[in-house]
Design a protein around this ligand. Structure first.
Ligand SMILES: Nc1ncnc2c1ncn2[C@@H]1O[C@H](COP(=O)(O)OP(=O)(O)OP(=O)(O)O)[C@@H](O)[C@H]1O
Ligand SMILES: [Mg+2]
Length: 356
């Protein structure tokens, strides 16, 4: 039996020291936490203002996590600490098991960061700038041109490769910002409002790109928009006034919010035999489980209502049946998503949101 066969049947002693690819003595399991990102009791004070107040959370390898919160919540501050741009006042943050304060070089190697304002050089051409960043990030000379091409392709920037960054529109600059964050194929991506300033088509493209990067990469992205998190993230960390008010899977958060349902209904009010606003409202109010009906407007004879259910009641099917049963044309029926503010109110009103 040779060594290979033996290695196959004898469990590898997990405490054994071996040489890693760079020839360094490494101890297995490596000194890396299971969590790719770990934040423990992190606080950041600016003079008397507490931007981040004793927050803790973890992100597993390969996850996309949405960092959701209103203006001034502390999202950017947390991201700047994770990317070693800012020291914390107290607490700890680590990336891939490396401390953001004491092992900043190791952290920076593993991170791609898209700041709120991407660090672009306006006098450089797009491809030239990406080559420049690639060199800074340690990509070897031989593979740099193909890597730049790949990233330009991914961000649909090929036609812009020779353009001066100063001549780009805001949305294209944002794309270049994302390109510089991923050029060295980092393990962890920290994206501060990645779709800000993009048009709807670009938003969809960038969301698809981010989703495609998940799995191999661990991603935290910040946003104000719940739908954005729903579209991309498995987990959400909601922060408000420097505190984590919820950290949950999207599915479970949606469940929590499902207490009562808010349904938008549109009925055709045009032509003979069609109902007027009052008739529809009365019909909707008579449906079992409906708490409230409010008129959203009647434009060009299209009558739109918002129907809120009682807690823990689902009324969609009965609403549809009532409208169709009355012989009216049901043009639209969908569950309206709750706004960020409503979610905050629900989270903080019930049980203090599990504040830490
Ligand atoms: N350099 C600074 N000096 C003083 N206070 C600051 C500084 N940077 C941020 N703050 C304060 O810290 C708090 C958190 O700011 P931060 O930029 O982290 O919020 P944010 O969640 O990213 O908000 P936005 O959605 O507007 O980007 C705010 O009250 C802000 O005024
Ligand atoms: Mg911010």
């Amino acid at each position: 039996m040779n060594f290979r066969q033996l290695a196959g049947i004898v469990p590898f002693p997990w405490f054994m020291g071996v040489r890693d690819v760079s020839g360094r003595l490494a101890v297995y399991p490596p000194n890396r936490s299971f969590y790719m990102i770990k934040v423990e009791g992190l606080t950041k004070r600016y003079a008397r203002n507490v931007a981040v107040n004793n927050i803790s959370f973890e992100v597993e390898k390969g996850q996309i996590v949405g960092f959701l919160g209103p203006n001034g919540a502390g999202k950017t501050t947390t991201m700047r600490i994770l990317t070693c741009f800012l020291p914390a006042t107290s607490g700890k943050a680590s990336v891939a098991g490396f401390d953001c304060l004491e092992q900043a070089d190791e952290v920076k190697k593993r991170i791609g960061y898209l700041p709120e304002t991407p660090p672009l050089y306006p006098e450089m051409e797009v491809a030239e700038y990406l080559e420049f960043v690639g060199r800074l990030k340690g990509i070897d000379k031989a593979s740099l041109p193909s890597r730049v091409d790949e990233v330009l392709e991914k961000l649909s920037l090929v036609p812009e490769r020779k353009k001066l960054i100063s001549k780009l529109s805001k949305g294209y600059r944002q794309r270049v910002g994302i390109a510089q964050a991923i050029i060295h194929n980092p393990e962890v991506l920290i994206l501060d409002e990645p779709t800000s300033g993009l048009d709807p088509k670009q938003i969809i493209e960038v969301r698809d790109l981010i989703r495609a990067l998940a799995g191999d990469h661990t991603i935290i992205l910040s946003t104000h928009i719940l739908q954005e998190v729903e579209a991309m993230c498995e987990r959400v960390i909601i922060i408000s006034q420097g505190r984590v008010v919820a950290t949950d899977s999207m599915a479970s958060l949606a469940n929590q919010m499902r207490g009562s349902e808010s349904v938008t209904v549109q009925v055709d009010g045009r032509g003979s035999g069609a109902p007027d606003e009052n008739q529809v409202r009365q019909k909707l109010e008579s449906v079992a489980g409906v708490a409230r009906v409010s008129t959203q407007g009647s434009k060009n004879g299209l009558l739109t209502f918002q129907v809120d259910s009682l807690k823990d009641r689902s009324v969609r099917a009965d609403v549809a049946r009532a409208v169709v049963g009355a012989g009216w044309n049901l043009l639209e029926l969908h569950t309206a998503s709750l706004g960020l503010e409503e979610i905050f109110l629900q989270l903080t009103a019930s049980n203090d949101g599990g504040k830490q």
